[in-house]
Ligand binder design. Structure first.
Ligand SMILES: NC(=O)c1ccc[n+]([C@@H]2O[C@H](COP(=O)([O-])OP(=O)(O)OC[C@H]3O[C@@H](n4cnc5c(N)ncnc54)[C@H](O)[C@@H]3O)[C@@H](O)[C@H]2O)c1
Length: 359
């Protein structure tokens, strides 16, 4: 199989390469300026890596050649860090839509299957979230169905929605090219993939505010309180990166089932509030370090706008329907949240807690 992967150096890309390159029949042409997470693959002759952004001016011929060569193109490129959505909205819109929309045109011209990673954030807030006093009694008002659920974004001044809107625009652009030019496509809507190599830790190998797991991990390692934004009332469902990659491999193995579909990829059984996640992480870290004191590690509540800046707003609840992935791909996630956290947190602990000094 011949694959082009845009954003192959990121969290999902690195796990995907681990699995794909283990199969000697797979060759990959990848694009990503960041390669820190994939150094072990850099000498693999079946990976041809372009260490520059996919939209780099003057280098579109090599991309066109690769798209023509490939059986499928996987697009993982984006800025997908919530702290950036309202602080660097132009870059977020560029990365999520403007920089990658020419790729859609190339895939359509070459009739190459485009598998594009979108996000569950395209659903925005749920209908239930807008009803006063709603207690989420009716699943039809909050469960996320790929083809039926409306996509409800907040006001333009709440720039938190730039990421979701850019992703939604890319989905619509891909679908339009499918409709008018026969582009074969698959849209993947991930719901919180967790695993080793997810994010940097600020002050060590990156700056800014990473996603929630890395924020909590950093606080645990540095002995600072876990900061619960707005009390951590929002819900998330969490799925293992390994099972998420399984889903993608099933798609690649069965194009006739995966093409021209939208797929939620998540785990309904692993739903937690962010406050529950913080508590579970304290208990897991006590187990990993052998220090029961971590079970009572301090937690503090912080206002969302103070933490993320003006224009912050959160999705209320994201409970994916997964019938399509189950019936078309035969995919059902099974790994429980505790197991996912123990694996992910142990890898962070090994990588960061054992180094006494900050680089
Ligand atoms: N991880 C999740 O749980 C999750 C959830 C929802 C959506 N997604 C989507 O899945 C995709 C991958 O997520 P991830 O967690 O691996 O993110 P990531 O930030 O770890 O990886 C994205 C990679 O894309 C690269 N990139 C960005 N713009 C590029 C460009 N123009 N050309 C080439 N490379 C570029 C970055 O350097 C980075 O290495 C993203 O599109 C993201 O929006 C992920």
């Amino acid at each position: 199989m011949r694959l082009v992967i845009i954003g192959c150096g990121g969290f999902i890309g690195s796990h995907l390469l681990d699995r794909l390159l283990a199969d000697e029949t797979v060759s990959v042409r990848g694009w990503d300026p960041q390669v820190r997470k994939i150094t072990r693959h850099l000498d693999n002759p079946r990976l041809r890596l372009h260490r520059h952004p996919v939209h780099e001016p003057g280098r579109q011929d090599e991309l066109r050649d690769a798209v023509r060569w490939a059986d499928a193109v996987i697009n993982l490129a984006a800025i997908c860090n919530p702290a950036e959505y309202n602080t660097h909205p132009i870059e977020v819109i560029r990365a999520g839509f403007l920089d990658v929309h020419p790729l859609v045109e190339l895939c359509a011209a070459e009739r190459t299957w485009l598998i594009s990673f979108s996000t569950s954030e395209v659903y925005g807030r749920t209908l239930a979230g807008y009803l006063p006093g709603n207690t989420y009694d009716d699943p039809d008002l909050y469960e996320l169905d790929e083809d039926e659920t409306p996509l409800i974004m907040g006001p333009v001044r709440n720039q938190r929605w730039t990421y979701a809107c850019a992703k939604q625009m890319l989905e619509r652009y891909i679908y339009a090219y499918h409709h008018e030019h026969g582009l074969p496509f698959t849209i993947v809507r991930p719901l919180n993939f967790f695993g080793p190599r997810m994010d940097y830790l600020p002050g060590r190998d990156g700056e800014g505010v990473p996603r929630v797991l890395a924020c909590f991990m950093n606080a645990l390692i540095e002995g600072r309180p876990l900061q619960l934004v707005d009390g951590g009332r929002r819900h998330r469902t969490i799925v293992s990166i390994h099972e998420a990659v399984d889903a993608l491999l099933l798609m690649l193995a069965r194009p006739e089932r995966a093409q021209n579909q939208f797929f939620n990829i998540g785990n309904r059984d692993n739903e937690v509030t962010i406050a529950e996640l913080a508590d579970l992480m304290r208990h897991c870290y006590a187990e990993i370090t052998g220090d029961p004191g971590y079970r009572d590690h301090p937690i503090e509540v912080i206002d969302g706008e103070r933490f993320y800046g003006a224009g912050y707003e959160d999705c209320d609840r994201r409970m994916p329907k997964l019938d399509r992935a189950r019936t078309l791909l035969g995919w059902t996630p099974r790994i429980g949240l505790r197991e996912i956290l123990l694996e992910t947190m142990s890898s962070y602990h090994d990588q960061y807690a054992k180094s006494p000094t900050r680089p």
